[in-house]
Design a protein around this ligand. Structure first.
Ligand code: EPS
Length: 380
């Protein structure tokens, strides 16, 4: 009922709040024998970490994971894997003012409407702080899909406000291009179109100084994904991926392939023409290896992967907690004004990228295990 778990065979369950002692994830279904150490978690956690650059929240968390169970002598045991990340830099006094007021655009009101009370420090359970352990789970999922079939997931920022990146081939974008500028400096906005990245950083800087925030979009590409993952009806791969991204705070839209662009297309324009995939192995089901000349369907047909890159986009709203004054009401419904203290991201997108990658990897690991369970075949 409480919706703290996600996935079927690769299943994550999280607990924790922004200003409590920490956040924890339990991951069930991890295959035994996967090499795993604390160091494996650090790169992606650092990509998500608050305080990583001037254009994100200045809350300073080290985000060091503690593996509580499920790993023995550097390998997963197959039993439930639990990872804890403690909170170290809460500043709960910042939130005293909003105890009795609702931040416009935040979950304060809807939490009260549901529970009749809320942990008003930070976002409580609605805070993006919870995504730290999802990224940890994503590290495990990325290892599973990499080990099982050489799969990989890379995300990047494709839009901030009106500034759109030009990306010729989403599947050719590498993690290195997302993280590092050609001059070796960190790409703090995580947009691989370098010219656009510079303008994005300038826009975020400008809004930060004004005390405002800005929305944007991120694209996530999963490559080397075998054809055949996903279920035909309710658990379509596209449906589970959409849910995975919609469970992230601040996501207001998800599309894949050409998405809403299909609304203006004719069938003859929209169909991705099939062609033989020269030199590739047949699928494990015996179906031939084929490719498509275009990828308007974003790597999925009938909710099942086609072997083409899976390409998704999420639209992320501007951060709702603002230091500038806004009109609102109190918990008793009386008109008032509010200025949110706390240390907030002027734009959520740079830190959204590793979180979105994690959720996509979790869905793919889950559907690969489900494929193995049903279609993996009988012993020879
Ligand atoms: C967040 C509010 C801010 C952000 C936080 C997400 O924290 P605080 O409650 O301390 O003001 O810093 O981000 C993180 C701490 C994190 O690790 O992502 C929110 O309301 O979602």
């Amino acid at each position: 009922m409480a919706g703290n778990s996600f996935g079927q065979l690769f299943r994550i369950t999280t607990a924790g709040e922004s200003h409590g002692p920490g956040n924890v994830v339990i991951i069930d279904g991890v295959p035994p024998g996967l090499p795993l150490t604390v160091e494996d978690f650090l790169p992606d956690l650092a990509r998500r970490r608050p305080g990583q650059s001037r254009i994100v929240t200045q809350r300073n968390e080290s985000d060091e994971p503690e593996i509580l169970s499920g790993v023995f002598e550097g390998q997963t045991t197959g039993t439930s894997l639990a990872i804890l990340i403690r909170n170290q830099d809460q500043r709960s006094r910042d939130y005293g003012d909003i105890r009795d007021k609702y931040r416009p655009g935040h979950a304060d009101f809807s939490f009260d409407a549901k529970y009749g009370l809320r942990d008003y420090r930070g976002g409580g359970r609605s805070s993006a702080r919870e995504t730290t352990v999802r990224v940890a789970a994503g590290v495990v999922a990325k290892k599973v899909i990499e080990t099982a079939f050489g799969g990989s997931v890379v995300g990047y920022v494709c839009q901030i406000g009106e500034i759109r990146a030009t990306i010729d081939d989403p599947a050719a974008v590498t993690l290195d291009r997302v993280e590092t500028l050609p001059n070796g400096e960190p790409n703090i906005v995580r947009c691989p179109d370098i010219a656009a990245a510079g303008r994005m950083v300038a826009l975020i800087d400008e809004l930060r100084k004004e005390g405002d925030s800005i929305g944007g979009a991120a694209e996530v590409v999963a490559s080397n994904i075998p054809a055949g993952l996903g279920e035909p009806v309710f658990d379509k791969l596209k449906a589970d991926l959409a849910k995975a991204l919609f469970t992230l705070p601040a996501v207001l839209g998800v599309e894949y392939g050409i998405g809403f662009g299909c609304a203006t297309m004719r069938g003859s324009e929209n169909n991705d023409v099939f062609v033989p995939a020269d030199g590739s192995e047949p699928n494990r089901s015996g179906a031939p290896a084929i490719a498509t000349e275009s990828n308007r369907h974003g790597g999925m047909l009938g909710g099942i992967s086609t072997g083409q890159p899976i390409v998704l986009r999420a639209a992320v709203k501007p951060t709702s907690s603002l230091p500038i004054e806004q009109r609102t009401v109190t918990r008793h419904g009386d008109p008032t004004t509010i200025r949110t203290k706390g240390r907030h991201d002027p734009c959520l997108l740079p830190r959204f990228v590793p979180i979105a990658e994690a959720m996509v990897a979790i869905v793919l690991a889950d559907h690969w295990l489900r494929w193995q369970a049903q279609c993996g075949g009988f012993p020879e």
